[in-house]
Design a protein around this ligand. Sequence first.
Ligand SMILES: Nc1ncnc2c1ncn2[C@@H]1O[C@H](COP(=O)(O)OP(=O)(O)OP(=O)(O)O)[C@@H](O)[C@H]1O
Ligand SMILES: [Mg+2]
Length: 293
Amino acid sequence: MSTLERSTEQKQAEWYANPAGGRSEQPAGPPEPLENAAAQVPVRMSAEGLTVRYGVSTFGIRDVTMALYDRKVTALIGPSGCGKSTFLRALNRMHDLGRDIEVTGDAFLDGESIYAPGVDPVVVRRRVGMVFQKPTPFPTKSIYENVCAGLRLVGMRKRSLLDEAVEKALTSAALWDEVKDRLRSPGGSLSGGQQQRLCIARALAVEPEVLLMDEPTSSLDPNATMRIEQLITQLKRQVTIVIVTHNMQQARRVSDYTAFFYLGEMVEQADTHELFTAPKESRTQEYLHGTFS
Ligand SMILES: Nc1ncnc2c1ncn2[C@@H]1O[C@H](COP(=O)(O)OP(=O)(O)OP(=O)(O)O)[C@@H](O)[C@H]1O
Ligand SMILES: [Mg+2]
């Protein structure tokens, strides 16, 4: 019987029974560089032994060590509940906002721990932006004010600077031409695909270095999906991107690297072409071949 054919309960029971309790005995070192030429690319963010526990018994992710390469797109794939969103949230300290959530291990941005004492999570979230599965604009606020939201939080008040930043962010999000004549209309008046690009513009306005996207196209039609995928390809010239997707074709189209998660662990990370054509781990092979879902 393959590793992946056992029942989820059985696998989870074995997993939780590990007496190490989600922490490796040894402190995790930095991630091993990937075995290909592109691994020469600088690392922008990394996780070392990153573990997130919800309450006492549920691990969201366990002991994840991996690198996110500068101005590359990394796709996270894996079955529902394997910890992809939990991992993303740990990369911009979103778990600080939840209750009974314990984060151990570490994550680094430009070599500096984002969990070190004295690091302001608000600053981390400005540098590491996030876009969610369902577009989340402020529906009654204007398109203009939606994009400004983060800039106002960091104290930008001058009208000319705000105007400039709004145009720049909407242009980067490939939305400017569609909304430039209706900036005062509510964010909620846009189509789903436009709302998602508005959320991307809002995230880009504060000029993050890393953009985390959690299934950004799962609620969109094929046309809107294609626009977001094209946008990701343009954005990676300036930002390091992590995208969670259940769409394997999408992962292959947009990402440079792919990481496969399973039961809270990062099983394998590789160059996208390599991971899809010659995965090293049997669990990755079985997932990609549809032996389980
Ligand atoms: N707020 C929470 N409280 C308790 N447990 C949670 C919470 N969020 C996630 N979990 C648990 O952590 C594990 C990982 O969940 P996570 O949402 O990260 O998975 P995922 O890979 O993003 O799944 P999906 O593909 O369905 O979005 C699951 O067992 C889930 O039930
Ligand atoms: Mg998720």
